[in-house]
Design a protein around this ligand. Structure first.
Ligand code: C2E
Ligand code: CA
Ligand code: CA
Ligand code: CA
Length: 278
């Protein structure tokens, strides 16, 4: 039995090595793809539940790998964080999204969404001068700071330090801050006391608890009270059905995002005006 366990361990080791190799290869491909322009930004609406109006758009990166085709950000963002390329990739996403948003504003005027939401990783936040990079992009696009919302995860802020300092600097400059995947971290509520935040993005896993039958979903219920009590906005993530959207509106959510309202799409497909939900 000991021998069998030993050889299983070897197999497991080999698999781990293979996975590490694959990550290194993918990391090298990221570098080439950044130079070759294989990255795109797609946009997903964030909807005001009372009207169906598109309040904001979230920018999400897409990679079309020259050989493998589309690779999910869930697979390559962690690799780009490890090898540092997320700094350059993240700046590309932010610049692309801000330019696009400025164009929508010119085209749609008062009907345009109020802000564009961009995901920022811990590694970017810890980069000295990150707030200056953001200020530079905003100036270049002719946008005021409140036209941009930066989405950070709780884990990125865990342990305080430079990342929290960068968030404070951005917030002071007027850039909006959201805690992404809210409720999934280790100290979600504690963070709200130490980090300046405007928006809570309530994680999809809690929205999933809203059953088709409309049974109570304890955590989404609780989080709308937390957010209102603290004077924050809540956005419910990952809404996939009309039933979930109606439930969220009934318990007081004003904003939501998810496939039910619209999938992330490339900009030529997207005029961010309104959905049919109201
Ligand atoms: P996230 O920031 O929590 O983004 C939401 C993810 O959920 C997106 O996946 C979106 O396509 C997906 N989603 C939205 N609505 C629904 C829904 O109703 N149902 C389901 N099943 N999924 C939904 P995506 O684009 O694959 O991104 C995955 C994660 O990768 C993001 O999670 C974010 O953490 C990261 N990411 C994406 N783009 C960027 C980026 O530009 N920079 C950084 N640092 N991270 C990014
Ligand atoms: Ca996000
Ligand atoms: Ca999220
Ligand atoms: Ca997520």
């Amino acid at each position: 039995a000991a021998k069998a366990a030993g050889s299983q361990l070897m197999v497991y080791r080999a698999e781990l090595d293979e996975r590490a190799d694959a990550a290194v290869r993918l990391g090298a491909d990221l570098r080439h793809s950044l130079d070759d322009g294989d990255f795109r930004v797609v946009y997903q609406p964030i909807v005001e539940l009372s009207s169906g109006r598109i309040e904001a758009v979230e920018a999400l990166v897409r990679w079309h790998h020259p050989v493998r085709g589309p690779v999910s950000p869930a697979d390559f963002v962690p690799i780009a964080e490890d090898n540092g390329l997320i700094v350059e990739l993240g700046e590309f996403v932010m610049r692309t999204a801000c330019r696009r948003f400025a164009t929508w504003r010119r085209e749609l005027g008062a009907d345009a969404p109020r802000y564009v939401s961009v995901n920022v990783s811990a590694r970017q936040l810890r980069e000295p001068g990150f707030p200056d990079v953001v200020a530079g992009i905003l100036a270049e696009c002719g946008l005021e700071p409140a036209a941009l919302l930066v989405e950070v995860t709780e884990t990125a802020l865990f342990g305080g330090g430079t990342a929290v300092h960068a968030v404070e600097t951005l917030h002071r400059a007027g850039v909006l801050i959201a805690l992404d995947d809210f409720g999934t971290g280790h100290s979600s509520l504690g963070l709200l006391r130490t980090v300046p935040v405007n928006v809570l993005k309530v994680d999809k896993s809690f929205v999933d608890e809203i059953t088709a039958g409309g049974g109570r979903a304890v955590i989404v219920d609780a989080l709308i009270h937390v957010s209102k009590g603290l004077g924050l906005r809540a956005v419910a993530e990952g809404v996939e059905s009309a039933g979930q959207a109606v439930y969220l509106r009934e318990i007081g959510y004003e904003y939501a995002q998810g496939f039910y309202f619209g999938r992330p799409v490339t900009e030529p497909d997207f005029v961010p005006l309104a959905t049919t939900f109201a």
